[in-house]
Design a protein around this ligand. Sequence first.
Ligand code: NI
Length: 186
Amino acid sequence: MSVRKIVLHPDPVLKEKCAPVRAFDEELATLVRDMAETMYAAPGVGLAAPQVGVTKRVFVADVRDEDPTGEGKLRVFVNPEIIKREGEVVWEEGCLSIPEVREEIKRAEKIVVRAFNEKGEPFELEADGLLSVCIQHENDHLDGVLMFDRMSPLKRKYALKRYLRMLERGEIPKDEPDDRECRRIG
Ligand code: NI
């Protein structure tokens, strides 16, 4: 297992539409293990394959603190499809590929997602709260959609300008200590 490098915006790989996974093989298992390790090391609550430069329809999530058991649970989503969206919620999100940017994003409150795990077993999951937001955020990554694309034009312009300026000045930290509640969705 290894922690992989997280790709930062504006790397073009983040704008690509990812391809479905066709083989549930050892390569996929390794990718999933590395993605989980990378997510936990960040730390983040979710991570999508394009964020480590792999354009496949895979993401991992672990919302830990929000888990009723308090222990957290690694969830793996391969070829996910959100089949139901209900209600509306506004959540302050962050993204591991856009450090230092936190914005309120409007999402569906409840969702139902259908996906496969890394072994190729299908499952369906109903989610609300942080897990729902996280799944929608990560699922967006698989279509090359970033938080910026979910902001109002004015917010986007401001956030993008500020981010690019910080990046240019080398002010984007690679290992940002998160003293706040972890809101960097992934
Ligand atoms: Ni993200």
